[in-house]
Design a protein around this ligand. Sequence first.
Ligand code: NI
Length: 185
Amino acid sequence: MILPIVAFGTPVLKKKAKNIKNDHEGLKELIGNMWETMYNAKGVGLAAPQIGKRIRIFLIDTIQLEEEESELKEGVKQVFINAEILEEEGESWLYEEGCLSIPHIRGDVERLPNITIKYFDEDFVEHTKKFEGINARVIQHEYDHIEGILFTTKLKPLKRRLIKRKLEAIKKGSVKVDYRMRFPE
Ligand code: NI
């Protein structure tokens, strides 16, 4: 089932999400719905707060980017539950990010290229893995969502001023999107 994606201005997007237990009710179905919702919106990642749930789940599929991103050797399709970034290293780099909750706004965000992350997969098996480049980038963006952080807060001050009106318009629902969205009341 395709779920509505909550828009910028919805309080859940600014709250730190909570860990779930391995017997979390309806987890399988929720994950299935999140994949469906992400692909329907042509996204490469989606976090539970974006569908209005304050829990620490996100999923990414960067395999979709293998053709357009020449420096991406191997994409990753993975669910991350109760994730914790243990380390971020390397020389910071800029990359233009966007977000399904903030349609039609893109901007350069500075992040470190190498991460070590601990997480549980959809079968609640624990992993600690390293990711780099675009894979790390998408994970960091989604991880920020479960920490209640939006990429727009990481843009340069000038850029932030330039998008202020557009953000206000999104809050009010005056934006055109070709996927299901829910705007703040
Ligand atoms: Ni996002």
